[in-house]
Design a protein around this ligand. Sequence first.
Ligand code: AMP
Length: 478
Amino acid sequence: MSQTSKLFEDWNLNPKMAKAIADKGWKNPTEIQNEAIPVARNGRDVVGQARTGSGKTAAFGIPIIESCESTGMTQAIILCPTRELAVQVAEELSWIQGDQGITIQTVYGGTDVDKQAKLLAKGVDIIVGTPGRVIDMSKRGHINLENITYFCLDEADRMLDMGFFPDVLWIFEQMSSRKQTLLFSATFPQEIIDAAEEFMNDPVYVMSDDLEVDVPEIDQYAVRIGRANKLWVLGRIIANMKDEDQMLIFTNTKRMVDLIEERLGKFGMKAVGLHGDKAQNRREKILDSMRDRRERIVVATDVAARGLDVEGITHVVNYDLPDDTESYVHRIGRTGRMGRQGVAWSLVSKEDIANLDKIANTWNLQIPYVEAPDLPKGIARDPVKKREDWGELTDPFGMVNVSVEVGSEEITKRSLADWIVTEARIPEISIGEIVQKNDSSTVQIHVEKVSYVIDVISKRELNGRNLKPKILEIRVKA
Ligand code: AMP
């Protein structure tokens, strides 16, 4: 994200809010703030394209706070897809308001309903909540959606992904006194555009023309590696981290989160897992420990990491590639925040190649394939040892390509196959296609026999020479 050269000072904001912002050390609005805030202050509905890390919270927070007063009557409601995000938004709004005495209350599931009802009964000015609990509380009579005038949807695309959209639309429909609506999203699937058209009043669209995700500008690399050796590469990336660096590792399942956490621990690299099965307060503690740097490495699923705002993350690792292209952008958006340096690594096994291609094509990204990083100076041993990974080297028929230093000038394909079959005493069917150059040949050998065949022929001679058999890696487009 980039800051503009505009000044908050020049906006003539409510003095208490202006002071809070100045005290926080913010001088220049970010791009999304610069685009959205003036329009929203004029009372217009706004549809904003923004990812986490762009400053979007203040982009809706500033105009909403400016429209509210400390009355104890709920004037605004902000909906977020996750509890974590709701907490973060509420925290940011709380300091932005300065000492105006505006009460901001979070309303999300997993907490005691009665306690929450009591807090609401005391009177709140702004509610920040997740859709399910907001509906629940309004059905129980603790929130009166009909009287609330300002409505904001944060991360609308995440809400859609998580199946919350019917709830969101229900809330829209209840808010009969709605005067202004702000909607923020990183991407714009048709359902969101439809909802904006149906429920919003001639909104101003603050976004890039092509509705594309704002892909963060950070270094992105891919390492072509089999599943068996992903941990080896991860170990090398971790070995190269500086002391102050922090890493977020993504994987697609909760089980893998636990497994990676456990395996890294075993190899002396402390990591903590974050996924939906962990209790809410445990998840919050993990986020806190990331923020105050007690934890360096977190392993998470996409859902658990949604809305996660930790500024210090310098490394994102895609242990697996996500199936959907948008998740990739959300993942890498966790690093390089507020203009900091960030790097995203993708560990690409055979199964991941198609997903990486799709991601690169969808967002027009250059994600070069590179070798696993070298060990840094002073570290002699890999944190995790590299293993033989036959599975990764086979084609769909289970064949592995082996090169030998003898070519068509010396031997025919037939005789070469016969020689291998005789020397290694393997069935003929274990040898597949042979491709020859003048001075070398590539022989396909079945995965079950390849190790043994290489062993045998490296000890034999053909025409008085050793053939120096070598396994060939499967080639990928760079
Ligand atoms: P957000 O996209 O709202 O999650 O914001 C990302 C981070 O940037 C948060 O830590 C904000 O507090 C911070 N931030 C937002 N706007 C500004 C600004 N204009 N100047 C400095 N920091 C900002």
